[in-house]
Write a protein that binds this ligand. Structure first.
Ligand SMILES: CC(C)(COP(=O)(O)OP(=O)(O)OC[C@H]1O[C@@H](n2cnc3c(N)ncnc32)[C@H](O)[C@@H]1OP(=O)(O)O)[C@@H](O)C(=O)NCCC(=O)NCCS
Length: 140
């Protein structure tokens, strides 16, 4: 079941984030996000998506699924729920940034009809490596 996340979920979101990203956001980071007027969060037991909706646009900030729960459709369902919620709030376009070497996320976003609209060279620093960020977008 996918439901909106609230402040009481900040610790759970941080735990899920730890399983997907290093460095991960702390519960305090999530609490700060959830109190921003544009901030939206949808979650399930094994994953979540954070996004902004403002001025007819939406931006995905984070999408994460617990490693042992991947490839079962949750990432796609979270994204589709975020897209539906953003549309219902008047957004006509959704954007996101993804590391150019993140094959799983790129495949997922391509299936959801996102296309590349930009590239930020050497945007992510990771263990001495510099990875480009791709900017993707789709009309809603
Ligand atoms: C990206 C992520 C959220 C995908 O979540 P998921 O629940 O495994 O995705 P889904 O099961 O909904 O996959 C939907 C489709 O995306 C594509 N996909 C997902 N993972 C893939 C992988 N490892 N390799 C290739 N394609 C993949 C496939 O087309 C898949 O459909 P299929 O399983 O029918 O072939 C998950 O891998 C994750 O949390 N990664 C770490 C965090 C991250 O990179 N987040 C995105 C940052 S921008």
């Amino acid at each position: 079941m996918i439901t909106p996340a609230t402040l009481k979920d900040a610790a759970t979101l941080s735990d899920l984030h730890h399983r997907a990203f290093d460095p991960a956001w702390t519960p305090r980071d999530f609490a700060a996000f959830l109190t921003r007027p544009a901030g939206r969060a949808l979650m399930a037991a094994d994953g979540f998506v954070l996004f902004d909706v403002a001025d007819g646009e939406s931006e995905i900030l984070t999408l994460a699924v617990r490693p042992e729960a991947r490839r079962q459709g949750l990432g796609a369902r979270l994204m589709q729920s975020a897209m539906a919620m953003a549309m219902a709030e008047g957004a006509m376009r959704m954007t996101l940034e993804v590391a150019a070497d993140n094959a799983a996320a790129l495949a997922l976003y391509a299936r959801l009809r996102f296309h590349q609209v930009g590239r930020r060279t050497r945007y992510y620093k990771r263990a001495g490596d510099e990875i480009d960020a791709l900017v993707l977008a789709t009309d809603l």
